[in-house]
Design a protein around this ligand. Structure first.
Ligand code: THU
Ligand code: ZN
Length: 286
């Protein structure tokens, strides 16, 4: 595998973090030309950079993942994110983070996922929720495989009668309810994926100097591997080289569906794991 020099690695890390974890086609093209390699090899060579975004105070085990679309020819970085003094089930896995980056940045297709280590069962199940997941190629350090090979006889969205998949494009909502939230947050609320609980939800983190970060819930047919909107937003922050405790936070808002609300408690627990005290504003769509 190609070894990238420390200088170039740092330069690429800067570029990726200023782009919230997205690696545009132009950058991938220039790197493929520079090193005379094809995309799969390049994705695997970039994994150490993805792993640098990992925040793992509990395990000290840094995982990096990169999702790639052969349609848009863009790549999306992911890394694991652990919360100190919060239940282990709240950890965001690198593969979830990479898919989250792709989804939040408007990607509608994933053809490859490169990972520093073999994906755990929870991640295999999370990937299984993605549109056309049976065609996704998984690139591991010593072998290339497919999700069908890693997760045979699987339990999938259709088993609960769900015909939609994560990364499907949902029709934009034309009715805009009057709410004390930004139009961008409402857009993320509508784009969230909640086919099982019905509780569409999204989070906005407004910072003083680093712009706004958004997250959406991504439910899973097996329920437990689901991602909450705050985990999703914090993962995006980590890929920008930031963490709640390192920036001045102006406001955090959670919006969810009045009738089905289920995200408030988990958001409070995740926020309590940080040393700073953060109030979360809660808004409801009815
Ligand atoms: N981890 C991942 O990010 N992906 C996997 O599939 C394996 C495990 C992370 C989760 C946790 O932060 C650490 O590795 C130890 O399990
Ligand atoms: Zn995993």
């Amino acid at each position: 595998m190609l070894t990238i020099s420390k200088e170039l690695e740092q330069e690429l890390q800067q570029k990726i973090q200023s782009n919230s974890g997205v690696i545009p086609k132009t950058l991938l093209d220039s790197l493929m030309a520079k090193f005379d390699i094809e995309i799969k090899q390049l994705l695997q060579s970039l994994l150490p950079i993805a792993a640098r975004f990992s925040i793992a105070p509990i395990s000290n085990f840094n995982v990096g993942a990169i999702a790639y679309s052969s349609d848009s020819e863009c790549a999306y970085i992911g890394s694991n994110l652990e919360f100190n003094h919060a239940a282990l089930c709240l950890v965001v896995h690198a593969e979830q983070s990479a898919i989250n980056t792709a989804w939040l940045n408007g990607e509608t297709h994933i053809s490859h996922i490169a990972i520093t280590d073999a994906p755990c069962g929870h991640c295999r199940q999370f990937i299984n929720e993605v549109k056309l997941s049976e065609q996704i190629e998984i690139l591991l350090p010593n072998t290339n495989t497919s999700l069908s090979e890693l997760l045979p006889h699987s339990f999938g969205p259709a088993d609960l009668g769900n015909e939609t998949r994560l990364l499907d494009v949902s029709a934009p909502k034309t009715t805009v309810p009057k709410l004390p939230i930004s139009s961008e947050l409402l857009k993320h609320y509508h784009a969230s994926y909640a086919p099982y609980s019905g509780n569409k939800s999204a989070v906005e983190i407004v910072t003083a100097q680093h712009g706004n970060f958004y997250g959406r819930c991504a439910e899973n047919v097996a329920y437990n591997p689901s991602l909450s909107p705050l985990q999703s937003a914090l993962s995006q922050m980590a890929l920008s080289g930031l963490s709640l405790d390192k920036v001045e936070v102006v406001e955090i808002t959670l919006v969810e569906t009045e009738q089905y609300k289920n995200q408030s408690g988990v958001a409070d627990v995740v926020l309590e794991s940080f040393t700073g005290k953060y109030e979360i504003k809660k808004a409801y769509v009815s």
